[in-house]
Design a protein around this ligand. Sequence first.
Ligand code: AMP
Length: 239
Amino acid sequence: MTTALVPTMGALHGGHVALLRAARNECDRVVMSLFVNPTQFAPGEDFDRYPRDEQRDRRIAAEERVDAVYAPAVAEMYPEGFSAGVQAGSAAEGFEGDARPGHFDAVATVVLKLFNRIRPGVAYFGQKDAQQVAVIRQMVRDLDVPVRVRVVPTVREPDGLALSSRNVYLSAEERRRAGSLHRALVANDPSLVEGELEYMAVVDPETFRRTDPRPGALVVGAARFGTTRLIDNVPLEAA
Ligand code: AMP
């Protein structure tokens, strides 16, 4: 009997559904966690306005035949006196780790807590958050966490924009420009980004160190469209 865990922050979209479907296909029991983890948001980030609709999320989970939704309260995850935590490894250096100090420590900590509470055999993550995947894989490997990590390809809008709970922040005009991030990554050409580019680089998907372009390496990028910060990545194909 294999239990799958699909960790989410809710505001479910087609990307989350792809994770739930992979889990449903591959495992006996599917648990979806629903927790907007306050510790992984820096002061001034969007924790307070992060989209939340638990009823809708529970409806989608039921449609996708999720066996259980685990939606703890913040005080349940972080009771009075909570102070230990995971220190994310070297995969957390650079890129999102630089842009969001402490973010990956907080992600690794909450994911380990979820693993310990749900005890899944397999946990499902999206390729869209490639550095998060590298950090979780490194934690699992280095700390001997008894979980298999499955990564599901990024689900996109027709113009290439990766589905994200944060896309709802985009105005119509920003939404039109946001499709340029994917086109820029595919071409590995920063000049194609019709927004404020924060970084674009070719990295090794395991270590997240910069590498020369080669098949299997990832082109990763982050850009702002208005006040909304989006990240995405595409693998380099054989030429
Ligand atoms: P979040 O709720 O944003 O924390 O995302 C929960 C999980 O869904 C993470 O593993 C994400 O990488 C994954 N995810 C988010 N967007 C997508 C997408 N467009 N395609 C595939 N997976 C995604």
